[in-house]
Design a protein around this ligand. Sequence first.
Ligand code: DI6
Ligand code: FE
Length: 404
Amino acid sequence: MSRKKRTTVWKDVTLLTMVGDYGLIDDGAIAVTAGRIVWLGRAADLPTTYAEAHVISCGGNFMTPGLIDCHTHLVYGGSRVAEFEKRLTGVSYADIAREGGGILSTVRATRATDEDMLYFLAEKRLAQLQKSGVTTVEIKSGYGLDLENEMKMLRVARKLGQGPSMDVVTTFLGAHALPPEFNGDSEGYMDYVCGDMLAAVAQENLADAVDAFCEDIAFSRDQVERLFVKARELGLPVKLHAEQLSDSGGAKLAAKYGALSADHLEYLDEDGVRQMAAASMVAVLLPGAFYTLRDDHQPPVDLFRKHGVPMAVASDSNPGSSPVLSLSLMINMASTLFRLTPQEALAGVTRNAARALGLDDRGVLAVGRKADFALWDIRHPAELAYQVGGNPCVGVVKDGKVVF
Ligand code: DI6
Ligand code: FE
């Protein structure tokens, strides 16, 4: 087959390449062969080699890289709607967790749900996320909290990534909460997580990274450090839920272990930001959790800018603190709640999200990168941050094929 036959050219489009700032190209065109970008630029400059390629018109819409949701807990059983109603009466998220609700109520429900049902439920959530332009999603375990159920969650996550329409990156979050059978023995549970559980997960290649929840209501710095040492021995990259509800020194520990990212970070101080910068980490901001928990402690966005820490933005999609199924809504919330510029917010779900997952083959539109695109019915790039609740996404292309 000749190259012409195998190439598709997308035209009548404004490209937001996300190289540099927006990297806007008016009257653009983008050529794709075998799922990769082979050329892009002004349509008027399209090389004659592509003259006979298959052409698809984008109808004057905007195109961005496919969005990347770099922090989710999408696989789970049960519902936390009763807890939502309880929090509306003034009971805090941490109080509910201490009373054995919260994450532990989802653990009970997830253990009681079989693999097929977990897959079915998560696939529906993934289909919603896809409609907001997402082509790559990270999914964490952390609602199993024993060997069998953590493996079950990770197998479901892996399977969700086997279809043609979404890439899934998996993260082992065994250190999410203390399960009831280890009540009062968090050291013993950490032995289990760092020993049998991590070994089995690594053995079956079920996780691309290791995460933990470093917080008063979860695990201490010292406990997380033990886990990071083990992850390093196994060659697995680490990341951390840090400084979400208090300053526990989690991000600094993550920096010491060369983590890909620290996530949440509402209570991070300047020294922590400096250490993240020195370790080339990404700050993952989660406005959906901030909003849902009615938090009022802003992550230190100015300090991230000052020290050059790239900011990613993710949904944190989970049944408790962030029941969010739209990444484009997170672009809006990152701007409105955290005052990211619309351009920073879009970089947060593309270029910087790729970096938070250690992926260098996506997140920008450039020659050689994956042909993962989202198409938007907008006429100005800031509209992506401006709209609330509608869905400006009119198409999703994955590996060069239209999937939505
Ligand atoms: N922080 C979060 O926001 C999620 N996990 C975590 O460590 C919440 C998970 C949940 O409430 O179910
Ligand atoms: Fe989370």
